[in-house]
Design a protein around this ligand. Sequence first.
Ligand code: SF4
Ligand code: SF4
Length: 305
Amino acid sequence: MNPVRQIAFGYSTQCNIKCGHCVAADASPGTAKMDFDRAKDIIQEMARCHVTGISFTAGEPLLFFDDICKLIQLCREKGIYSRIVTNGYWAKTREHADRVVSELMSNGLSQLRLSYSRWHQQHSNRENIVHAALSCQEHALDYFISFVTDFSKKDDSFEQFLRDHHLKFFPEPVIYFGRAGEFDRQRVFTDYRPNVCSMNTYLSPELDMFACCDAANRFSKTHFLYLGNLRNDNIDTLFRKTETHVLYHLIRTMGLTNMASYLGFKAREIVQYRKCELCEKLFNSKENLSILTKSATSDLFNWRR
Ligand code: SF4
Ligand code: SF4
């Protein structure tokens, strides 16, 4: 059976706002944008390689509205599910939101993901999210609101705002990478959960491909998540790399907790890590990576109940 191939597509890292928690903030120096014709070629190649879903993300994709419309049109032609992740800056009025949503629909967009948080909303009126969501409902465009939160009380009024407007939303834990890397964070005590991660492949505007879109090139000591660059390798080769990498496989199936336990992390310590922090502890250390790599097909593989 062919593996499911989906990718977060970073057309550009340019954004019109500067959220305090932005994970993309230090992903690449300055802002970068993919060449439009190159992006078209890549999507065509992705279709040949059986990619079934593309999520346009990175900075704010709709700053390049005409280009993105053409790219989602191409996705529709090729039978690829398309999603845009946006901060909703364009939905200043309901009329404007209706125009944008209807144009995205007519070009074949499958889903809109609206990013919302106390950090986004320092730069963009939260009513924008209501306008955008209501326009999606009216035009029958599938959408959801990604409510980025650190689960502190400061976010209660933001959550209540969504509830008051009867809007569909999903809380998404803030990831302490990028600008959020500097944040104070509360200690967490989770139950002893497996910390399995599905890992979302990411393509940057510079054509670098990574096994994870949230950490991308941030594991700088080991480059554990780096797959390669499309100037040197083709898409199929890089997808195969992520599909056949034994440690990625274990992240998706066994989970990070078992691997940490195998390395000797105390259970008491493991329950204090957020998932991506634990991932960084395991794989942004040359020593840990070496042990895990050597044992991946033997002792580690059998380290389960
Ligand atoms: S979190 Fe999203 S909207 Fe905010 S600065 Fe980063 S890319 Fe822009
Ligand atoms: S757990 Fe690791 S692979 Fe998964 S999103 Fe976090 S950093 Fe990426």
